[in-house]
Write a protein that binds this ligand. Structure first.
Ligand SMILES: CC(C)(COP(=O)(O)OP(=O)(O)OC[C@H]1O[C@@H](n2cnc3c(N)ncnc32)[C@H](O)[C@@H]1OP(=O)(O)O)[C@@H](O)C(=O)NCCC(=O)NCCS
Length: 158
């Protein structure tokens, strides 16, 4: 679980992770924009912000929000040099395990359709594309307003 001192490192990780989108059909602002550290305080306080570290350095984080019987993955980012070493999968498994332990019914997220590793990664964790939940439709609408198109919602029933 993350602690207060971790918050300041999250924008750096988000920006670094996004470099994986270079050359992909995603809005250019994603490569330079990162959410402010304070954006993740609600998840920190709710106990649904998790980090991975190695040799004293923070390398990845996952922020999620519990909403009724659902855990929504708000963000998962791995520092670019550390990608592909299993950190993202481990953070996702941890969040899913957290939701299962609390008897939640599903884990949800939104992701890019046209980023080739996104859908298959989440599908390998048991997520299926499903845009039916009104709360997810609302998130997709808000993302589209910010310029994020070609997004889909995915749901993992527990
Ligand atoms: C997507 C992300 C969270 C996955 O975490 P990770 O630690 O790099 O991934 P893992 O090592 O746990 O591997 C997960 C799977 O995704 C695949 N993958 C991850 N990043 C990839 C990339 N850039 N290109 C191709 N495949 C990729 C891996 O091959 C792996 O598949 P496998 O387990 O079948 O071998 C991380 O790569 C990341 O931050 N990417 C940039 C930002 C992003 O895409 N965020 C998610 C937006 S919804």
């Amino acid at each position: 679980m993350a602690v207060e001192a971790d918050l300041q490192h999250l924008p750096r990780i988000e920006r670094s992770a996004a470099q994986a989108f270079q050359g992909r059909d995603v809005p250019a602002f994603l490569l330079t924009h990162a959410s402010p550290a304070e954006a993740w305080r609600p998840q920190l306080e709710a106990g649904t912000l998790w980090v991975s570290e190695a040799d004293g350095a923070l390398l990845a984080f996952l922020a999620a929000t519990a909403d009724g019987d659902r855990l929504h993955i708000d963000e998962v980012d791995v520092d670019q040099p550390a990608q592909g070493r299993g950190l993202g999968r481990r953070l996702m498994a941890h969040a899913i395990g957290w939701a299962m332990k609390r008897g939640l019914a599903q884990v949800t997220l939104t992701t890019f359709r046209n980023v080739p590793w996104n859908g298959p990664f989440y599908a390998s964790l048991g997520f299926m594309e499903d845009d039916r939940l009104p709360a997810l439709q609302e998130i997709l609408r808000a993302e589209a307003e910010k310029g994020l198109s070609d997004r889909c919602a995915m749901v993992k029933p527990l």
